[in-house]
Design a protein around this ligand. Structure first.
Ligand code: ADP
Ligand code: MG
Length: 564
């Protein structure tokens, strides 16, 4: 029976709706991209489920999206024959936001519409974007495989609540009717819709159809059934040869994949043939997602097998320190029945993972070399994450090390802009070490007494002040044969950088001051493990150093903070 009920939106939905309507007014047309994207996801899901259960196709295997409009009724209708939704599906999908961290995210919005619109774009506006242009939305849906009388009608004005009732719906799939706001009627127009579809959805691997343009006479004839015309290219973008894909196409596809509003910094599209056959299209976003450091952040690639969509967030194809990469991988070697469990065990995946990892690192190297400005913004957004690399991916540590950027005494700024290669290009001819100093902040260590001797000798020192830096250095013993050396540790030996004369003077001094050292040792008793004459200071009288084997200061703080 048609149990009708009225339900309230989850608080976060209400907040998001409100913000969206007020922040996205300058980019209204994206509502269509979002709805087409959902319809396309829904047909992908059906195609996937139908592999195991062909009967779900119900003698209607020509999957497509149809978009119609009615100027007089002031409506736009988006109709798909995809997987559809049951009553329960619709209540949870169109009444709540399942994404983790949503409440946190909404709390962080500033109220500044320009900034918020970018953030919301990144968060993914999704279905609710329908309310940017509509003051009433009706959704009619039936899940594939359920009987016709188990359809549902969902209706809402996008305020606090929605109505839901059971209906009979013969065709499976979802039909969404947008009742346009009075000042959004421009969207109920064939040319306008066609342009938006071309602009945002050309790459969708599914026919997007509009009613065929008709002559006046044909229009008069109301008995004639609508004829449909495909308006997009309807071939998966990654299957086209690179030379036939424009930058705009790549960028739009990225936005479709990632829900980002901004263009990506870089992408890499490759078809691999030989022992393994697959196509990958990988993107580096321009900005960090809000949940980059959350354990359950959405990441991973979209996996296709022979162009059939299999799963989102397949995180077996890239290491965690590259979790900011968005993209797809389409394999010819995996089975359509592949599951996450299989992915985790399949040796094919390991070789794909190392190839894809290398591809991303190469892409970053190229970006750093050819577009340093873009690399700078990449580093700002994702540098911290890349620093996790040497620990997670020891095999690639040298390559990753080349991509790292640091603050250094060479520049008078705390921007992390110096690469290890830059450092080495300026190193003294006899220098065997890459020197660094760690600390809590740039302000705190830029005038550290540890640096005195280095300043005097004109030797550059990297200044590491990110929490992760000491940990990173544990996994980065050397770069291009030069040892990475903490200048705050043990007895600093400048090796060949000290002249013979320096050394003699140091020894002489040590002899002379032996007695003083003993006295200080006694006085400090067991508060220090050793007292030594130091050659590192030129101005300060004394310095505290850390033993070679001891934990660094940052590590101590981290352990203390976690109660160890
Ligand atoms: P997202 O697409 O990022 O999951 P949306 O807000 O766009 O978020 O959609 C929410 C959910 O509603 C989708 O995940 C899907 O389960 C469901 N949904 C939306 N549109 C359709 C549709 N046309 N057919 C089937 N399910 C849909
Ligand atoms: Mg969506």
């Amino acid at each position: 029976e048609a149990q009708k009920e009225t339900l309230g939106f989850q608080t976060e939905v209400k907040q998001l709706l409100n913000l969206m309507i007020h922040s996205l007014y300058s980019n209204k047309e994206i509502f269509l991209r979002e709805l087409i994207s959902n319809a396309s996801d829904a047909t992908d899901k059906l195609r996937f489920e139908a592999i195991a259960k062909p009967e779900l196709l119900e003698n209607d295997a020509d999957l497509r999206i149809r978009i119609n409009f009615d100027k007089e009724a002031k409506t736009i209708t988006i109709d798909d024959n995809g997987i559809g939704m049951s009553r329960d599906d619709i209540i949870s999908n169109l009444g709540t936001i399942a994404k983790s961290g949503t409440a946190e995210f909404i709390k962080n919005l500033s109220g500044d519409q320009k900034k918020d619109s970018k953030l919301i774009g990144q968060f993914g506006v999704g279905f609710y974007s329908a309310f940017i242009v509509a003051d009433q939305v009706d959704v009619y849906s039936r899940r594939a495989g359920l009987p016709a009388d188990q359809g549902v009608h969902w209706a809402s004005k996008g305020e606090g609540e929605f109505d839901i009732e059971n209906i009979t719906k013969e065709e499976r799939g979802t039909r969404i009717v947008l009742h346009l706001k009075t000042d959004e009627l421009e969207f109920a127009d064939g040319w306008r819709l066609r342009n938006i579809i071309k602009k945002y959805s050309d790459h969708i691997d599914l026919p997007v159809e509009l009613p065929k343009q008709q002559t006046e006479a044909e229009n008069e004839d109301k008995t004639k059934e609508t004829e449909w015309e495909v308006v997009n290219s309807a071939s998966a973008l990654w299957t086209r040869p690179r030379t036939e894909v424009t930058d705009e196409d790549y960028q739009e596809f990225y936005k479709h994949l990632s829900h980002d509003f901004e263009n990506p910094l870089a992408w890499s599209h490759n078809k691999v043939e030989g022992k393994l056959e697959y196509t990958s299209l990988l993107y580096i976003p321009a900005r960090a997602p809000f949940d980059l450091y959350q354990r359950d952040m959405n990441h991973g690639l979209k996996l296709y097998v022979n162009r059939v969509f299999i799963m989102d967030q397949a995180d077996e194809f890239l290491p965690l320190y590259l979790r900011f990469v968005k993209g797809i991988v389409d394999s010819n070697d995996l089975s359509l029945n592949v599951s996450r469990e299989i992915l985790q065990k399949d040796p094919i995946i390991d070789s794909m993972k190392s190839a894809l990892t290398k591809r991303v690192l190469d892409m970053l190297e190229k970006l750093a070399k050819n577009e340093p400005e873009k690399y700078k913004s990449f580093w700002k957004a994702f540098g911290q994450v890349l620093k996790e690399g040497p620990a997670e991916d020891y095999a690639n540590r040298e390559k990753i090390a080349g991509l790292l950027r640091f603050t250094s005494t060479h520049e008078n700024s705390k921007e992390q802009a110096v690469s290890l290669a830059d450092y080495l290009s300026r190193a003294k001819p006899d220098q065997d070490n890459i020197y660094y100093l760690t600390g809590e902040s740039y302000e705190q260590i830029q005038n550290s007494p540890h640096l005195e001797i280095f300043r005097k000798k004109g030797i550059e020192v990297l200044l590491l002040t990110d929490r992760i830096d000491e940990w990173l250095m544990n996994y980065l013993p050397e770069f291009e044969g030069k040892k990475l050396t903490d200048i705050a540790r043990g007895d600093l030996d400048l090796g060949k950088l000290d002249s013979e004369q320096d050394k003699q003077e140091q020894e002489k001094l040590a002899k002379e001051k032996e007695e003083l050292v003993e006295r200080i040792k006694k006085a400090l008793n067991d508060q220090v493990s050793e007292v030594r004459i130091s050659h590192r200071l030129t101005e300060s009288p004394a310095i505290l150093a850390i033993g070679d084997q001891d934990l660094g200061l940052q590590m101590r703080q981290i352990l203390e903070a976690t109660g160890q």
